[in-house]
Design a protein around this ligand. Structure first.
Ligand SMILES: [Zn+2]
Length: 266
């Protein structure tokens, strides 16, 4: 039986030759464990992505900084008050705070690399490495948390998904925002404050409704055991925005108990 163990070199070659990743600026969503044995492990996988792409951006979100106030705006998918115990467990945002486990081990590996930079949004920071890392991250402000996605949209960036589906495709939140779907207000602990943060996007469990439609904007291959996909951000966002304008509940999930999607359903 042939050795099926992958390496940095074989993954990089597959990314380049099979799905055309070659120096572009990418936002990457990766499940390390979906791929199978890799010589050198997660570090080798990250090295392959960094080598094939121009700039690699990943969400370094830190949901663990959030606190729940006693009162707040209505229609905000939040039950106010009574959260003293949870609030006591909240972590203070700082530049070296680990990314939330939901964002995946590879995002944390990129975040902790000494060549990586990170933006400073207390809930929705991004980390990046590569030629345009500073420009991508500088586009984020407190009032524009999805700035890095907009930057990638304006500069022909792409989404790279490895072993994950569109419930991880955070860029689609920008299409929701552009189509007029309101974000939420959340609160996060920082060193000297509790910051009130606006335009926080909602829930991604309904995002797979767009999966088939997006395949026209990219390429798919299998690397190891994982389905890997690249999608051009510009046509993806234009298509998703148009669909939401036409079908205002598009991309919301159908879970009856979901406060986020329930609050935005029309
Ligand atoms: Zn939902």
């Amino acid at each position: 039986m042939a050795d099926s163990t992958l390496s940095t070199r074989s993954i990089e070659q597959a990314l380049r030759s099979e799905i055309g990743l070659d120096g572009q600026d990418v936002i990457a969503h990766v499940d390390v464990n979906s791929i199978g044995p890799i010589s050198g492990g997660a570090e080798a996988l990250l090295a392959a992505i960094l080598s094939a792409a121009g700039t690699v951006v990943m969400p370094a979100f830190t949901y663990q900084t959030q606190v729940i106030p006693q009162v707040g705006p209505p229609n905000n998918a939040m039950d106010y008050g009574g959260a003293d115990e949870r609030n006591a467990r909240a972590e203070i945002f700082r530049p070296d705070l680990a990314v939330h486990p939901d964002m995946g081990a590879l995002a944390e590996l990129l975040r902790s690399d000494h060549d990586t930079i990170r933006s400073t949004h207390p809930i929705l920071s991004f980390c990046a490495q590569g030629a345009n890392a500073k420009k991508v991250l500088a586009s984020q402000t407190r009032e524009n948390p999805l700035g890095p996605v907009a930057w990638l949209d304006a500069h022909d960036g792409i989404v790279l998904m490895m072993g994950l589906d569109h419930r991880h495709n955070v860029s689609l939140h920008l299409a929701e925002q552009r189509a007029g779907r309101e974000g939420f207000t959340r609160w996060a602990l920082t060193l000297d404050d509790i910051e009130e943060l606006h335009h926080i996007p909602g829930h991604r469990d309904g995002f797979n409704a767009i999966w088939g439609d997006l395949m026209q904007f990219g390429a798919v291959t299998q690397i190891g055991m994982a389905r890997c996909e690249v999608i051009q951000i510009k046509p993806m966002l234009a298509f998703a925005e148009q669909q939401i304008r036409q079908y205002p509940n598009f991309l919301l999930c159908d879970k009856p108990a979901c406060h986020y999607c329930g609050a935005r359903r029309v």
